[in-house]
Design a protein around this ligand. Sequence first.
Ligand code: CA
Length: 221
Amino acid sequence: MPILVVEDEPRILAFVRRGLEAQGFTVDAAVDGVTGLRRARERHYDLVVLDLLLPGLDGLAVLRELTRALPELPVLILSARADVKARLRGFELGARDYMAKPFSLAELIARVRVHLRAVGAVDHDDVVLHAGPLELDFARRRVRTRGGCADLTDREFRLLHHLARHAGEVISREQLLAEVWGYHFDPQSNVVDVCVRRLRKKLGATSIETVRSVGYRIATS
Ligand code: CA
């Protein structure tokens, strides 16, 4: 589960990152508001931990943009500003949660889990995505095809999800690599192709189309 942490204080960033990674989350970091906003738009995140006092674009401006562009994305503010006025402003602009610094790492992780569970626990209809003959069930990480059901690993599901969200479009290997494995992964790696092969085995040979020397596509019908 990828989480974006926008924090300009290196010690806090390292502390939060280590804590979340130890719990199995994938963490991307941004040390200023502009970068944070760009990352959040480029990649899929399940949650954003957002500092307020940031160089350049401040956290509230980042939050306002995130709420407008990605209203489903839960944002947890982690700020030294603890007064009620700041908290209310944060909630008003769309924050899902607000924690004041100094904070307990255990509590931060517990709250992150609550928000992620809430995302997974919304109505069944909201967590099912249709793409051609495929039906992706987010809560169960399972895919229904014409032939039956297949359980997918987290990576397989995320790759398929990205293709399904852009059904009909050709998605390049580089995009899939960045989206599903993260930017730090070796671009020469063949993990994308290997994962597509496994998906075809589970979902049928024609489930994912190869567009030669460009990338992959899922048909819309
Ligand atoms: Ca700060």
